[in-house]
Design a protein around this ligand. Sequence first.
Ligand code: AMP
Length: 432
Amino acid sequence: MSKFQPVRGMRDFLAEEAKTMRHIEQTAREIARLYGYEEIITPVVESYELLAAKAGEEMRHRMYAFEDLGGRKVALRAEFTPSVARLVATTLKRASKPLKLFCTGSLYRYDEPQYGRFREFWQANYELIGSTRPEADAEILSLSYDLKEKLGLRNCYFKIGHVGILRGILTQENIIEEQQNQIMQLLDKKQWNDALAVLQELGASQKCTKTMKNILETQGKDVSKVLKRAKEIVKDYESAVAAVDNLRGIVDLAQEGEAKIELLAEMGFARGLEYYTGMIFEPYVPDFETALGGGGRYDKLVELFGGEPTPAVGVAHGMDRLALAMEKIKKTIKFLASDKERVIVIPIGEKLIAKALELSSMLRKAGISVEVEVMGHTVSKALQNASKRGFTDAVIVGAEELKKDKVVLRDMEKREQKTVEIKHLVNEILRD
Ligand code: AMP
């Protein structure tokens, strides 16, 4: 046995899996087109400083970071948002707003491999840049919902929260940003008691700890009720109240739409990334426990990278997890009709190879997948082999039939064959 295996956390995608991933990618691209997002391609290798700036402690720790031969500290991208924000701060700084960008590709994190968690994984990423308005946030929710629907993943719902509520309380209580980040990391991992303990260690007032505890416990599917309760809890914290109102506006738009998106509001919901400033969310589907993506508003990142103050909101969908969720509900992918057909053209004897090549070109021009026999097999061996490899049809090119501009077409599944005129060959193949 070879000693070579994929490196831990890395995978090969064989034909079926690769097809599924490309289908998800193509569907994500179609959603981008429908919503007016333009696709861009950014580098896999970026400066470490850029990627690390607001990644949060956890992600910084898990980055594939190294020094290149030129002595630059670089890393493999662990997410797309820093690259997009870099572009908006530089090359695209004069682009008219809103700027809507889509990108897809592989990302790298030294996570602990497990079901749905790999060290190389794929995302479909959408960023809406230039608007502070709730309709921008609602659009990101809506396109996330549509992507799931188009992939056949029904009843998608979102866990939703707002970073401004938690940070609003902490800022007014004079907890500095660095300490807030530490608390948000703990909340992201649902370590509420540890987060409250840190607050106490920092000498936060009793009122602060009590308000935080109450807000963490405020959650539910009846979003109106949750937000009403949240507003009562934070009533003495001006910017937290504004954050609740902002979330209310987004939620109303999301639920007024045609889709009536189901939401689970969690006021203690935090995400590890430090650049979020507003609404944050994660999409889920029933019977699949892990988040299928993550997103939110980040109004300060472009500015941090030296650009103009530029509000933005975005989402990244985990394509590997979408594939797993589809597999779990046995969602079969409907490919184009012409993708069903796989034809092999078998010449009888060396003299007819050129004719076989000519016929294969003709079939390809009609969009049919065609191979010409290349193993030098006899017809019966070639047919046996074709059957093993899953061909749907075989075209047998013999001298006798050719004299009458005909070939033999064999249906590999039904094991039946007939002689057909070459000019009718395409129609005959596509007919069944
Ligand atoms: P994050 O930015 O960490 O919230 O990631 C957004 C989405 O990317 C997650 O909800 C997952 O669907 C996907 N994702 C993140 N990390 C991994 C990983 N290590 N393996 C597979 N998918 C991942």
